[in-house]
Ligand binder design. Structure first.
Ligand SMILES: Nc1ncnc2c1ncn2[C@@H]1O[C@H](COP(=O)(O)OP(=O)(O)OP(=O)(O)O)[C@@H](O)[C@H]1O
Ligand SMILES: [Mg+2]
Length: 167
């Protein structure tokens, strides 16, 4: 079986609410052991997405940016591990023993996952947020291997391959 097959879904977000709709859909599809990598420029919406995702996973209270703590744990329908590796090196990340989280019973959200590509599980869902305007984002969701391809196919089925204003 080839785990490197990628399934791509693109989503146009015109507001924070649009981004929340996508996060809600993915939170509903979340299962134990899922890993989601988030990338995009400063202010693109990685943390905003994570906050919406956490809320829809049933996490109560405030989900703040883990920039200074690197990993924060929350309890929702499933445990949620929210990480931000912006401030650490690949070597430092390696010392953290992230596999314990990646291969655990919770869901992992990793902001700036491209910094630690080598440490990410081969199979994961990758979300790239690109800032188009003050409120507009082009969000590219890539399923790398299964079951992430299936998650993407479900999004494509719901919103179309190249979702535009059909929400
Ligand atoms: N369509 C949108 N989707 C997501 N966020 C949006 C959107 N439109 C505006 N925003 C705003 O953009 C900001 C995104 O900030 P956020 O902290 O989530 O970015 P980030 O990618 O985590 O940045 P950093 O790399 O600095 O951590 C928020 O203030 C959010 O309200
Ligand atoms: Mg952030």
């Amino acid at each position: 079986m080839n785990n490197n097959i990628e399934t791509v879904f693109t989503y146009r977000s015109y507001s924070l609410q649009d981004t929340e709709l996508l996060a809600a859909e993915l939170a509903a599809a979340a299962a134990a052991g899922m890993v989601i990598g988030l990338d995009g420029d400063l202010g693109a919406g990685k943390t905003a997405f994570s906050q919406s995702f956490a809320r829809h996973l049933g996490v109560e209270g405030i989900v703040s940016s883990p920039t200074f703590t690197i990993i924060k744990e929350y309890e929702g329908r499933l445990p949620l591990y929210h990480m931000d590796v912006y401030r650490i090196s690949l070597h430092e990340a390696d010392e953290l023993g992230l596999d314990e989280y990646f291969y655990g019973q919770g869901v992992c959200l990793v902001e700036w996952s491209s910094i630690i590509t080598e440490l990410m599980p081969e199979r994961h869902l990758h979300i790239k947020l690109a800032t188009i305007g003050p409120q507009e984002r082009l969000i590219t969701v890539t399923g790398r291997g299964e079951p992430y391809g299936e998650v993407c196919r479900a999004l494509i089925q719901k919103w179309g391959k190249d979702n535009d204003e059909s929400k």
